[in-house]
Design a binder for this molecule. Structure first.
Ligand SMILES: N[C@@H](CCC(=O)N[C@@H](CS)C(=O)NCC(=O)O)C(=O)O
Length: 292
């Protein structure tokens, strides 16, 4: 689990905070995951909404509590935890309520590996999102904002020199240099998800949830990814068991509530996807042109 060392934290006022504080952004998939998990757990938390569309995560204050500048971030009784899957695991272990992590050692090992697989694909989710969710001019981080991001925050996470921010900076700068997310990035990301979804499809053979023992944080984490990319046109229907699992969960109010967009954003998003399709560049068009 990724807990910050005191030396990583430049915004020291949070060291005195009591209770459970979640820094999150409405439309961030990783934030959605944690909010769904917290509701499933039944924990009370104080909300700190950070508007990443207006670079509020790049400010000195926020970078002072998360040197990676990413959502979500948890402050619990003065300790700072980052990384969505780790935050869920920490809250599951710390609070009463329905268990979201398994007790069986084989399931624990599988879950750890599968949560890492899901997290490792985050930049692929991001590539698809930044191309297909909204027009590039609404999504891009201009170079001046990236300069601020690069300059702020500690260089360490958990007391160790951290390379994550450099990966993020590279993503944003490449996106600016290329005028958006390229077809090649879409093909790479979609190819990764075709492989990952085939694994999930196999996992769901003969069982209702990703763990045989029942609903868990693994279903929450993967569902958010499946939701995000399916809603932008990824061909999840190539995987019938995964699609059925996805639709069953999609009908739940606790999931629907956390992934709902404001109607005006939904409208722009739909119009953007329609414009991509009109130009012969929908996600499915780009994938098909690459023979996937
Ligand atoms: N591995 C991290 C990924 C966190 C992440 O990349 N969060 C996105 C939102 S889903 C973010 O904060 N992006 C920053 C930005 O768009 O400026 C986690 O699971 O928490």
């Amino acid at each position: 689990m990724v807990k910050l060392a005191t030396t990583d934290i430049k915004t020291t006022e949070v060291l005195d905070w009591e209770g459970l504080h979640l820094f999150h952004f409405m439309g961030s998939s990783c934030s959605q995951k944690t909010r769904i998990a917290f509701a499933a757990k039944g924990v009370e938390w104080e909300s700190h909404h950070v508007d990443i569309a207006h670079f509020e995560n790049f400010t000195e204050w926020f970078m002072g509590i998360n040197p990676r500048g990413l959502m979500p971030t948890l402050v619990h009784d003065g300790d700072v935890h980052i990384e969505s899957n780790d935050i869920i695991e920490y809250v599951d272990a710390t609070f009463d309520g329905p268990k979201l992590y398994p007790t069986d050692p084989d399931e624990q090992a599988f879950m750890q590996a599968s949560m890492k697989r899901e997290d490792d694909l985050h930049l692929c989710v991001r590539a698809l999102t930044f191309r297909y969710f909204l027009p590039v001019e609404m999504m891009r981080k201009d170079d001046a904002a990236v300069d601020v991001y690069e300059a702020e925050g500690a260089e360490t996470v958990g007391g160790e020199v951290d390379g994550r921010k450099a990966i993020e900076v590279d993503f944003w700068r490449k996106m600016n240099a290329n005028g958006g997310i390229t077809d090649a990035q879409i093909v790479d990301a979609a190819g990764e998800f075709l492989k990952a979804f085939a694994e999930l499809e196999e996992r769901l053979d003969g069982q209702e949830w990703l763990l045989a023992s029942g609903f868990s944080a693994l279903d929450i984490a993967w569902w958010i990814t499946v939701f995000r990319i399916t809603s932008m046109g990824f061909p999840t229907d190539r995987f019938p068991r995964l699609l059925a699992w996805y639709e069953r969960i999609a009908a739940r109010e606790d999931f629907k509530r956390e992934v709902a967009n404001p109607p005006e954003i939904d409208e722009i998003s739909k119009a953007h996807q329609a414009a991509c399709a009109d130009a012969g560049k929908s996600m499915q068009d780009v994938i098909a042109a690459a023979g996937l």
